[in-house]
Design a protein around this ligand. Sequence first.
Ligand code: WT7
Length: 640
Amino acid sequence: MAEKIESLLKEEGVYHPSDDFREKALVKDESIYSEDYEQFWKRAAEEVDWFEPYSELLDDSGAPFFKWYIGGKINIAYNCLDRHVNSWRKNKAAILWEGENGDRVVLTYYQLYREVNRFANALKGLGVKKGDRVTIYLGMVPEFPIAMLACAKIGAVHSIVFGGFSALALRERIEDSQSKIVITADGSYRRGKVVPLKENVDESLEGIDGVEKVVVVKRTGNEINFVDGRDIWWNDFIEGQSTELEAEHLDSEHPLFILYTSGTTGKPKGVVHVHGGYNVGTTITTKLIFDLKDEDVYWCTADIGWVTGHSYIIYGPLSLGATTLMYEGAPDYPSPGRWWDIIDRYGVNVFYTAPTAIRYFMRLGDEYIKKHSLSTLRLLGTVGEPINPEAWRWYYRTIGKENCPIVDTWWQTETGMIFITTLPGILPMKPGSAGKAFPGTEADILNENGESVGLNEGGYLVLKKPSPSMLRTIYGDPDRYVNVYWSKFKGCYLTGDGARKDEDGYFWILGRIDDVLNVSGHRIGTMELESALVAHPLVAEAAAVGKPHEIKGQAIVAFIVMKVGVIPGDELREEIREFMVKEIGSIAKPDEIHFVEKLPKTRSGKIMRRVIRAIAEGRIDVGDISTLEDESALDEIRKK
Ligand code: WT7
């Protein structure tokens, strides 16, 4: 496959940080890139507090099951809360929260600490112990970080399920993680409407055992069903609980969370992260890449349901003692001025968002932006997918007023922290390139035979060294961990992305090279989509592929063969789209559904997705079709 990867993006000019930014930046010295790998991770570990020091940095004897900071005792919640409460930061704003309906809450470190302790004590009271799994299914409310930090504080493992996932997707994740507790809300707000979270939880728990308690935050006030003995309101749950609690002293390798992400098969992977290495990695990257200083207001627009929210709304910023902003709602609600208004009102200094959002606002025109000053901004970031240079320049000019460096940050759910980016005070920016491998990491581009390719040649993006923040395993499936990430090339972590590296060591990400789509910065596997599609009682066969989309990056296109006798039409098309929302969630709703008589297959019966993708992308040359069983299937798809 590697030889088929072409480097499509071309470099479009180079931008430099201003002298002013450079002078004030936390990293001014390029020598950080030549620092010894082990030395770097030892120094980074000094950014967090340890109950007991570690004796050995890395144990690779069980590779690829690496262990870091051996013998160390730590707790990420302690580093996010207690240590700041014991410092001058006690009354500093930890979280600035704004609801979609205009509600506002400020939680200082001390207030957050107290709330976390109350909730953690309540969990303990229920019998939740070290290592127990807790599923969290919430909108962006202040209770979200409280719940996750409370789990961390007692050594329970949180499994957060994005609030946009359906009841069925939630059930699959609750079952896989064997959670005893689910934390949710009556509903969450999205564009003024209520997403019925509790109703989804009820549906997800039908017919499965194991969940003993459902804790319900009251947010939207809609009527909900209450199961006696199982369900309890958040406020009743924490009633009378102490606001003090000592953090568990946990082994560095104690699991912190499971987060499910899509892969090439139908079943999502439960990516496992641990307290020690993840705490070190998220803290050092937040500090150096976002150049975060104590006086900054920092805003990452992600949802905590995704890894970006875990690492760069909560754990990284709070561990550093920063002020992090959380906004509950949609970016354009009630008007497209909402985000820009928030930036001005809170004086946001560092702003981190996704290319899909940037393209969305770019298309709306600058009018909504011009009404705002945005003068407090000093650094911008992007994440989730490659940013097209046009959107990059718009972001730079219209949002950053040509005065803010942009950090384009490449990473994954699995890496836990940013791996490829520029350090904003020392490295020039190249629109469309994420930048260089972060200190303490090593990335490379390999061909099919596992050899490093030449400059600017496309190939497989791999990580040549493990680093502390990376996943430890796939929950309940260590073999899958080894097979997916560490088997293709010996000693290398396979990212699943294609990329090229230029003469300055800058990486240009070309997108996924496996059957995984990136829709609005969210990963979704084609197999997962296809198994959901064929779950529809009238669907016989399905192929899902991605197609370039102006705002989302990729759009989902489904080709469907109906069961014999079914006459397809617009109504059925709509029904299948809604079915996908039920099966997975709105991110899985196909943009296009085409009904066909047959799908192009190999003689051995495998769907030739590569060929379908080429047609969906409008390419004339669809590549090698010598193994195609029946060419008429292609013509049919072409016509659609
Ligand atoms: C995949 C990981 C990690 C945050 C959100 C997504 C793509 C991510 C970039 C970037 C080009 C990027 C890759 C990666 N990706 N950031 N800056 N430039 N591509 O997390 O769902 O685990 O997806 O997102 O394809 O493998 P995720």
